[in-house]
Design a protein around this ligand. Structure first.
Ligand code: NAD
Length: 454
């Protein structure tokens, strides 16, 4: 027993009453969630601005807008996703029929990360609602204002036996993880992902782990340099680099290395990513600010490098002359610093990436289909883009998730529905006919026939 036993128990009781199995109920809750978020947009914008200075434009385009899109899609497609699926029956079971019934897993726990606090909390909630689960959401405690506002608007509008927000950090999450859930969906670091996985194993609870890692960018000799720099700069410095699928470092062909650096700087100068810009995103807290500033070695700075402790901002920074053994190459950067490494031979670059943990994302900028194919074929990673970065997340037809140390499972669109569902397989047989094959006497003739049949 702990402080969350009662809440989990209430949700278990509610789930058992089967209300969430009705498609009409799910659609009603999804519509309600959309209305609740929409009618509190001003408060949500204010909260995230207080937490790390995220602008209204960014909050809409990479948080709320994506949530609305997910909700609209779920409302439109939940009936289709939940349809019983007929499949072929094998001869040995004649005259039965076979079908698969999607069913909600039950009481789910969603643990969010801080860097896109609304999107990373509500997007899994949308998937859980569509699948018919009840939900306990534990947002990250670091952006304190966004956590509070999510708790408030959910508490005021949803019954806690169906959907509740629990606020807190390590202590509360540890207590929650002692409860028995039917599904745990976690977004965060690989380190904490391991803790969650271990806790889930005690109850054999299925998990989805959306984790992080160092996402590489291959920039080959044949790339469109201007477009590469434009797209890469946008993706790297969005949210001040605090994006799980941000390009972490660039490996660039030595022949275009210098031109690449110049093109990147030109794009940074053209962009809104400036310390003087009132909308430039802050580093989430002092600990991360200190960690990042230590990674900037002045002799490696090609551009930027200015850090403002008073408002925890770091200028878009490009580092050159980086070696694989440098400290910046040993951990996920998660900030506005782009190390650039030159390569001679694409195979060496690929081998380097393959020598580390499997990344969450990988990007290749090239117009050489052979090289593109080589990277896509050889490197194992969660998902990624060719001649683009980050934008694969916006296509809900592409399941989003990691592999190996960058995660387990995926979501968005139908993949999200599947993540919170169990697929129950049924063989349904009438009683008017029965083959005698499996019953005695088990003769040689029967065995010959079984051999043919199987
Ligand atoms: P984190 O792992 O520190 O925290 C995530 C959640 O776990 C928070 O809600 C936190 O309260 C909880 N938590 C922290 N320590 C815990 C512990 N010891 N026991 C139980 N719970 C604990 O991650 P973060 O700093 O919030 O996020 C950054 C990381 O998340 C990066 O590695 C990033 O790449 C990754 N991330 C991944 C995705 C994705 O979709 N794959 C999205 C965003 C962030």
């Amino acid at each position: 027993m702990n402080q969350f036993s009662e809440l989990v128990n209430k949700q278990q009781q509610f789930f058992k009453r089967n209300h969430t199995k009705s498609i009409a109920f799910r659609i009603e809750q999804l519509k309600k969630l959309k209305h609740v978020i929409q009618s509190h947009e001003t408060l949500l914008n204010d909260a995230i601005k207080k937490d790390f200075h995220k602008s209204e434009f960014d909050t809409y385009s990479n948080e709320l807008g994506l949530i609305y899109h997910d909700i609209n899609e779920a409302i439109k497609k939940v009936k289709r996703w939940s349809r019983i699926k007929r499949v072929r029956t094998n001869l040995v079971n004649f005259p039965a029929k076979s079908y698969i019934i999607p069913e909600p897993l039950g009481v789910s726990l969603v643990i969010g990360a801080w860097n896109y606090p609304y999107q990373l909390s509500f997007a899994p909630v949308v998937a859980a609602m569509a699948a018919g689960c009840t939900i306990i959401l534990k947002p990250s405690e670091l952006p304190i204002h966004t956590s509070q506002i999510m708790q408030q608007i959910v508490r005021d509008n949803f019954s806690e036996d169906y959907f509740a927000v629990v606020e807190g950090g390590i202590e509360e999450t540890t207590a929650l993880l002692k409860q028995r859930f039917d599904k745990i969906f976690f977004t965060g670091s690989t380190k904490v992902g391991r803790i969650v996985y271990e806790a889930a194993a005690k109850n054999l609870t299925p998990v989805t782990l959306e984790l992080g890692g160092k996402s590489p960018v291959f920039v080959t000799e044949s790339c469109n340099l201007k477009m590469t720099a434009r797209r890469l700069v946008w993706a790297k410095f969005l949210n001040a680099g605090q994006t799980c699928i941000a390009p972490d470092y660039a490996i660039v062909h030595e022949k275009i290395h210098d031109q690449f650096l110049e093109a990147v700087v030109t794009e940074i100068k053209k962009s809104d990513y400036k310390l003087s810009n009132n909308n430039y995103v802050q580093i989430i807290n002092q600990r991360n600010f200190d960690r990042l500033t230590k990674l900037i070695q002045s002799e490696q700075v090609y551009f930027g490098g200015t850090c403002h402790p008073e408002d925890r901002t770091i200028e878009p920074t490009i580092l050159k002359g980086i070696r694989f053994e440098d400290p910046i190459m040993q951990e996920e950067i998660f900030g506005p610093i782009l190390p650039v490494i030159a390569y001679k031979n694409i195979q060496d670059a690929i081998d380097y990436v393959k020598s580390g943990e499997k990344p969450l994302s990988c990007y290749i900028y090239s117009s050489n289909r052979k090289e593109i194919k080589q990277v896509l074929n050889e490197v194992s990673f969660g998902g990624g883009c060719v001649n683009e970065s980050i934008m694969h997340i916006t296509n809900s037809k592409l399941p989003f998730g990691g592999v190996g140390a960058s995660g387990i499972g995926s979501y968005h669109g139908e993949a999200g529905f599947n993540t919170f569902s169990h697929f129950k397989s049924i063989l349904d047989k009438p009683t008017w006919f029965e083959l005698s094959l499996k019953y005695s006497p088990l003769t040689k003739r029967k065995l010959d026939f079984v051999k043919k049949l199987l």
